[in-house]
Design a protein around this ligand. Structure first.
Ligand SMILES: Cc1cc2nc3c(=O)[nH]c(=O)nc-3n(C[C@H](O)[C@H](O)[C@H](O)COP(=O)(O)OP(=O)(O)OC[C@H]3O[C@@H](n4cnc5c(N)ncnc54)[C@H](O)[C@@H]3O)c2cc1C
Length: 310
């Protein structure tokens, strides 16, 4: 069996940061990611708010984090879906398709999934016009008319980035105001390719083989507008990836993992960091901060330090 000091589940900014700290402290560390290592950051076209790095692509930032972790000796495995785990005892076990791994402590840093609108037609056109990632799919819609759903920072920033490809971008938002920061709203408002449909919901995606239009319902007068669109990008938030762990650690009302200040969960030796845990602000910097604290919390745990006696 493969034995490590610490297993980190999830290779986004939180998991990679914890990996950097723990490997540098000479712990044997394995990061397991069910998909591509890098997390949501690799979906991000340009990161402009990471201190010290004025603007770089999300992919580049994630690659640099991974490189740094590996250079300190951290083992990183992508495409390792977790089939089972047992975190009850002093030894923790994780099973993937490649086998069973054992460790003294675990950090859950599995982030979240894009929130879906929940329409049947949304499932039908996923990958056939509907996307949750501008960086991945924006290019497919060069010269086309597209919609962006949402009113937060991601929706407005990604709408602006999509204007590099699309002929027009219509932002559909359920409220009469945006939740995004003022600078993101201004950038969208100043962009001549972007128009807005406020206080409205998409009620159906239409098309045959692929998306050709959306039906939009005004929330006030309930009128339906049929808009031609070959692409729809949905940015309405994220759902924490805690489902797998709900029988094991305490979750909040919103299904986020509840942690103490040192990122410890309700189970000794199990820590959580990043977007998966209960907190208000979800950013790369806050995930990185959580990863740091979780790593230091794990070190204390492994060294038998009682956090209540510090
Ligand atoms: C489109 C978009 C744009 C954004 N732009 C910015 C920005 O400009 N600036 C900013 O600060 N923040 C931005 N964010 C938010 C930021 O990306 C997240 O807050 C941050 O990535 C969270 O890091 P994390 O490590 O907690 O989780 P994630 O980044 O979600 O990483 C979690 C990782 O865990 C893996 N995983 C999931 N489930 C499992 C499992 N069961 N087993 C193993 N691995 C698993 C996933 O594959 C993923 O790699 C953006 C987010 C999006 C979606």
């Amino acid at each position: 069996m493969n034995t490590y000091d610490v297993i980190i589940l999830g290779g986004g900014p939180a998991g990679l940061t914890a990996g950097i700290y723990l490997s540098r402290a000479k712990q044997s560390v394995l990061i397991l990611d069910q998909g591509m290592v890098g997390g949501q950051v690799i979906l991000t076209h340009a990161v402009a708010n990471y201190p010290g790095l004025p603007e770089l692509s999300g992919y580049k930032l994630a690659s640099e984090m991974k490189k740094q972790a590996v250079e300190f000796g951290c083992e990183v495995k992508a495409n390792e879906k977790i089939f089972g785990f047992n975190f009850k005892g002093k030894e923790k076990f994780v099973t993937t398709k490649s086998g069973e791994y054992r460790s003294k402590a675990v950090i859950i840093a599995v982030g979240g999934q894009p929130r879906k609108l929940g329409l049947e037609s949304e499932i039908k056109f996923q990958g056939l016009g509907i996307s949750y990632c501008a960086t991945c799919d924006g290019d497919f819609f060069t010269g086309e008319d597209i919609v962006v759903v949402g009113g937060g920072n991601s929706a407005l920033e990604e709408a602006v980035s999509l204007t590099k490809f699309a002929k027009t971008v219509t932002i559909v938002h359920q409220f009469d105001h945006f939740q995004a920061y003022a600078h993101a709203v201004k950038a969208a408002e100043d962009n001549s390719k972007i128009s807005f449909i406020m206080e409205s919901d998409i009620v159906e995606f239409t098309g045959d083989q692929s998306l050709t239009g959306v039906n939009i319902k005004n929330k006030k007068d309930e009128t339906i507008t049929k808009l031609k669109a070959t692409g729809a990008f949905i940015f309405i938030g994220y759902v924490p990836g805690s489902e797998l762990f709900k029988e094991c650690v305490s979750l909040s009302r919103r299904q986020e993992i509840v942690t103490d200040e040192d990122m410890s969960t309700s189970v000794p030796g199990v820590f959580a960091a990043g977007d998966v845990r209960q907190k208000k602000f979800r950013q790369i910097t806050t995930a990185v901060s959580d990863g740091t604290i979780a790593a230091l919390g794990v070190m204390d745990y492994l060294n038998g330090v009682d956090p209540d006696k510090i």
